[in-house]
Design a binder for this molecule. Structure first.
Ligand code: SF4
Ligand code: SF4
Length: 170
């Protein structure tokens, strides 16, 4: 896979934001029947272009949402009690009650861009960037993809590839 420049992709995502938002709006109106198949194709194509270990932008700039069982198992892994881990690293989002990290980058991100609790990372991390979803149109209306595209190079690639795949299937 060719090296890719995260900063250049962030700039490109900002430049293309309006155009991609318009594309998603039109797609939501049209609602093609084979949407899930096209999402999978665009997602697979995105992962041919992006290497997470050269990026880690999500772990550096965003926070996952933790469930309480996830907090418990990660705390155990790092030799802390639930309360010790919570007090040191976590907080509750006042807007929605989500359990989130206090700070970025995430406490488990290594200098090599690897997650130190990878095998037991929160489901929100393992599912990120949430491209192929049954509630795709709802997420479009919530601006998930557009908001994530300047942070996640894979989401930018996903949207660019989705635009191409949809045009090919028109
Ligand atoms: S999921 Fe996106 S933001 Fe996170 S490391 Fe991969 S490409 Fe980067
Ligand atoms: S738990 Fe791991 S994958 Fe999740 S944000 Fe932290 S470093 Fe990244």
């Amino acid at each position: 896979m060719p090296k890719f420049n995260v900063a250049a992709r962030v700039r490109r995502a900002h430049q293309k934001k309006k155009g991609l938002a318009l594309f998603l709006k039109k797609l939501s109106r049209k609602k093609p029947k084979n949407l899930q198949k096209m999402l999978k194709q665009a997602d697979q194509a995105a992962w041919q272009e992006v290497a997470c270990l050269e990026c880690a932008n999500c772990c550096k700039t965003m926070t996952p949402t933790f469930t309480r069982p996830e907090v418990k198992r990660i705390a155990e892994r790092v030799g802390m009690t639930f309360d010790q881990y919570f007090d040191k690293y976590l907080t509750v989002d006042e807007d929605n009650g989500d359990i989130v990290n206090k700070k970025q980058p995430c406490q488990h991100l290594g200098r090599d861009n690897k997650c130190r609790v990878y095998d037991i990372r929160p489901g929100d991390c393992s599912g990120f960037p949430h491209h192929v979803r049954r509630d795709f149109y709802h997420q479009v209306s919530e601006k998930l993809y557009i908001n994530n595209s300047p942070r996640c190079p894979a989401t930018l690639s996903f949207l660019e590839n989705l635009e191409r795949v949809v045009a090919e299937n028109a």
